[in-house]
Design a protein around this ligand. Sequence first.
Ligand code: ZN
Length: 413
Amino acid sequence: MNHLMQTLGFGSEDRNNGVSYKKYLLKKQIIEIFYKEGNKTIPKLCEITNNSVPNITNLLGELSNDGWICSFGMGHSKGGRKPTLYGINTNIGYILGIDLSRQYTRMCIFNLHNNYIGEILELNEGLSNSGNILTFLKESVDKLLNTNNIQIEQILGIGIAIPGFIDIRKGVSYSYPQLGDKPLKETFEDILNRPVFIEHDTRTIALGEKWFGLAKNITDVLFLNIGSGIGLSMILNGNLFRGHSGFSGEFGHIQMDPEGELCYCGKVGCLETVASGTAIVKRSKEIILKGKNTLISKITDNNPEKIKLKTIIDAANLGDQFAIELLEEASEYLSKGISILIHLFNPEAIIIGGEMAYADSLIKDPIQQKISKYTITLMKQDTQILVSQLKGEAALLGTLPVVMSKLFSEEFS
Ligand SMILES: [Zn+2]
């Protein structure tokens, strides 16, 4: 019996009762409609769900008594009395979103109107540098709940965006053995005591963009997550594409230079070895150590160990020529890769997200110029190159549809 079924008034004794079950499904559908489309009047709900006014009025009464919904003023009228607008009660429960990365963790609480509760908790520890990752997560979640005066029981579900290879059939991570060999969902639920739903970080970014960002009305769109690595996720025909085992989108490991450097994946000259944040930072350090004069050194107090991709982007945005050149150099390889994607998928848009989105036109403009070299003109004209406006928050926001789709309807995302 899941938590949601109980709070929606569906007890274990009702399992074999078709009428109760139908009612429960309709209640879930109403909440789903409110969540996806906002507040609605009774006539509108009757139209969408194909139900009678007495039936919907009765269900709304029960949902209201249970605290799930409340009225939100009056709707429009075509004449006569204005109908009441109903929607999800803002205080009924919350979603906790966690963007768990290699080097950092971001988490935040949201209400069911998709509003942030308090501030995002940003921590400079993640999967690769936090000691015991599970203890760290538990302590961080407790801290966030305490800060916002919210009890763990008020959290309806927790969505976690996670990088690396995740086998969707077994639910395990092949990239982070420190997470154990049990399915990730079980591992996290054991320590956090709430329903947990996992999604690959780059695909969570795609969902964030699809629900809240530039991809809202686009059905064929690709997302590049450029940070320490380079990930790709795809929404094709309006649906998230995962691949047979859930490993699709390893765009960072297509070969760019057969004579290039060894990649951590075991192959040589991968795109990540020349155009990822890690590669750009490495290159900047090498040149700075040879005596290059750049704003990057000033920003990092002459300590090359402090250089991050964001430092380079900040310097570029301040006009530092060397930093701009580093981004342009990466854009050459990115353009080659992007031209392959355009030829294969003919997408309406490619959205550049992740840390690289902070570079905005400093990465978009050179990519746009250079893909002309590599892409058939007719196809290039049909694809827009965009930079995410959600920037680092896309993954966090993307955990919301991940959780809501599982709680309310599998077809939700
Ligand atoms: Zn590789």
